[in-house]
Structure formats: structure tokens, C-alpha cells
Design a protein around this ligand. Structure first.
Ligand code: SF4
Length: 176
């Protein structure tokens, strides 16, 4: 029997949730024995694959690139997990929401810069007007809050999902 296919991705996050994932230490090996890791920071795959059973999503949806990615992830994922407070509430990225993107970009790239000030060009993904939690854009199956969630929390959720159990977290909107 083929193993479940597992992916991780980060959108507008600091990578701290992925650091917590790494903090599972030797339990990572156990997880990768029970599931095929098909996409994420630990595997060299450029395109998000089809038919993924579980995807852990770190970070809020803040840019046009995030938007494209989350639609692609949702389309190809059976159980989508919002991992960490940025994904669950928009958390730190959402702090810019009262101001809109333009004043934030000017502050970061013009006012606080002494060498070569200039706004980002077309190579940098355009910011959306608001940074939004993942469930505001696509359906989310499992929420794992925390900044970051602990390695134990992440392991428990993965263990449940890979065993076919419904994870008990702060909020589960749909499973199956
Ligand atoms: Fe970083 Fe916390 Fe956001 Fe995770 S929830 S990406 S640790 S700021």
C-alpha cells in the first residue's frame, strides 16, 4: 500500500513554524517513514505536486504570489492544515492591515534606507491590500494555533492524521 503524501509550504511567515517542525527531532524520521514527503523545505521539488494527502501551511496570505500558491495547494490537497498563528489569524503580517501596503513599503524601502532607496520592482510579488488568514481565502480542515506551535503539537496532529484519526486541536472545521 502506498504511503500518504505529505507536504509543507510557507507563505507570509518567518519560518519559525517550520523550525518547530524540525524540533520534532528524531520523530521527523518516524513521520517520513510513515509518509512520503513530496514538497517542502526539506525536499528539492520546485512545483507543488498533485494528490497530496496532508499539507501544513505556514504564514498568512499577503502577496499575489501567496494567493497563487494557496489556490494551487488547496486544489491539490485533501487535508489542509493551517499551521501557526500567522496562518490561523494573520498575526504579525496582519499588523500592516490598518495602513495598507504603500505606507509600509515607503517606510521600509525609502524612509529607513540610506543606500539606494527605491520601492521594489516587478520581480518582487505585489502585496495584497490586506494580509489575510488562510481560511479567509480557501477552506481549511485543521487549525493548529501557536506562535509557533510546539513540536509536540505538530507531531500529535501529524500522528493523528497519518493514523486516520481526527486531530483534537483548537478548531477543526472539516475532516475527511
Ligand atoms: Fe513565525 Fe509565529 Fe508566524 Fe509561525 S506563527 S510564522 S513562528 S510569526
Amino acid at each position: 500500500m502506498s504511503k500518504p503524501r505529505l507536504a509543507t509550504i510557507w507563505l507570509d511567515g518567518c519560518s519559525g513554524c517550520h523550525m518547530s517542525l524540525l524540533d520534532m527531532d528524531e520523530r521527523l524520521l518516524e513521520i517520513t517513514e510513515r509518509a512520503d514527503l513530496v514538497y517542502g523545505a526539506l525536499v528539492d521539488v520546485k512545483e507543488f505536486p498533485e494528490n497530496v494527502d496532508v499539507t501544513l501551511v505556514e504564514g498568512a496570505v499577503s502577496s499575489e504570489d501567496d494567493l497563487r500558491k494557496i489556490y494551487e495547494v488547496r486544489h491539490n490537497t485533501r487535508v489542509l492544515v493551517s499551521l501557526g498563528d500567522c496562518a490561523v489569524t494573520s498575526n504579525v503580517p496582519g499588523m500592516r492591515n490598518p495602513y495598507g501596503p504603500r505606507p509600509i513599503l515607503e517606510r521600509a524601502y525609502l524612509e529607513n534606507v540610506t543606500i539606494n532607496p527605491g520601492l521594489p520592482g516587478p520581480m518582487v510579488p505585489k502585496l495584497l491590500r490586506m494580509s489575510r488568514p488562510v481560511h479567509a481565502v480557501v477552506n481549511v480542515d485543521v487549525f493548529v494555533p501557536g506562535c509557533p506551535p510546539s513540536a509536540d503539537q505538530i507531531y500529535t496532529v501529524l500522528d493523528d492524521l497519518l493514523s486516520g484519526r481526527e486531530p483534537v486541536t483548537a478548531g477543526v472545521t472539516h475532516f475527511g
